[in-house]
Design a protein around this ligand. Sequence first.
Ligand SMILES: *Cc1c(COP(=O)(O)O)cnc(C)c1O
Length: 402
Amino acid sequence: MLSHVAPAGTRIELADLVSGVAGAWQAPGDSDDLAAELRNLTGLPHAWPVSSGRAAMTTILKVMKDSSRTADRDEVVIPAYTCYSVPAAVERAGLLPRLCDVDPATLAMDPAALERCDFSRVLAVVTSNLYGIPDDLPAIEAICGQQGVYLLDDAAQALGASVGTRPAGTFGDAGLYSFDKGKIISTMQGGAIVAREGELSTRFAEAVASLPVTPMATAAALYGQLIVYAILLRPVLYGLVQRLPGTGLGTTVYDTHYPLARLASLQVGVAISLLRRLSDMNGHRRARADLLAAAVAGMQGVECVAVPAGSIAVFPRYPLRITPAGLRQRALAALVSAGIGATGSYPRSLADVPQVMARLRHPREPMPGARAVAESIVTLPTHDYCPPGLPSRVGRILGECG
Ligand SMILES: *Cc1c(COP(=O)(O)O)cnc(C)c1O
C-alpha cells in the first residue's frame, strides 16, 4: 500500500504560511493579535502564546507553586492516562505527580476517584480532555473548589470543544492549548496559557514577560518543517515519509528538556490564520467522527468513547476501545497495512511509566482504569486529508477482523 492516511494533522494552506511571514514583520514577539483571538474564543480576559503546551503547563504550575500559601503542597493530581508531557511538565516545575484513575468509558479522570484522593499535599489538579472529548469539567471544578486546590484545565487536544456554553480550557484557575503536530491546529510547536481575572493572572503575565522570545533561527527552522508537514500530510506523500527511518513519527516520549519561551511571530501569524478556520475544521472532524461511530456501531468488541451529555467534542483523532487484546492487535495491524493511520495512542498507563513511577509518593496505588485504556485504545484519523470512503473502509476492515 503506497498511500497512507496520517494518524492526525492540520491542513495548512498557503495563506496560513503567508500569514506567518506577515506576522514576522511586526515587532519580534508581538503576539497581541493571537492573544486577542484566544480571548475572543474563550471569553477569558487573558491569553499568552508560548513555545509549547509543555511550556504553558510548566509556567502555570510554577506560578501556582509560588502563589500557594503553604510550601508543603508539592503534588499535582494528573490523570493516570494522559500525554507523557504532563508528568514531565510537573517534574520541570519542581513538583511531584499524583495519579488519579480514569474511567475507560470516557477516558477522563473519574470524579468519584478524584473525590477519594488524599488532598493533604495537593497543590493542583490537571484535566486531560483527551481526543478533544471534554472531561466532566463541572464536577472536577466543584471538587477542586471544595478542596481548595488549583485547577489547570489542560485543553491541549481540545481547542474549540465545550461543556454547555463554556469552552474546554476555561474551567478552574487557568487553562492551556497546544499547537503541536497532532493537535487541533498546528504551528509545528506552540501553545498558549489562558486565565481568568485574579491574583494568578497578574503573576502569569509577569512569568510570561520574563521568558525569552523563541530565537529567530529556531522559529525559521520550525517554519521550514511546517512547510514540509503541510505538503507531506497528503496520503500519497505521507506513505513515502512513513518509510523513512528516524522521523520519530508517532512516538511517545518523557522529556523534560524543552524551551520555556514566548511564541515566535512566525508561528503567531500561522496560528491566527488557522484559528479563523477553527470552527470549520472542527465541524469536519466531528462529521468524520460521526461517520466512524456509525461504521463500527454494534460491532462485537468495539466501543466508542462516551461524550458527556451537553458537551461538544472536537476529535483531533477518533478513539475506539477494542477488546480483547488479540482482536485489538489484529485490528491495528489490518488498519495500518491498509494505509490507515490507526495508532495505539500512549502505550501505557502513567502508573507503568518508569520515569513517573520513580516520582510517586504512593507508587503502589492501582490504576485499573488507566491500564484498561492503554490495553484497548485505538485511534483513527479525522483530518482534512482523510479520503471520503475512510469510515466505511474502517468498518469493513474491523468487520473482517472480528
Ligand atoms: C500534547 C499535550 C500536551 C503538551 O503539549 P505540547 O505542545 O506537545 O508541549 C499536554 N497535555 C496533553 C493532554 C497533550 O495532549
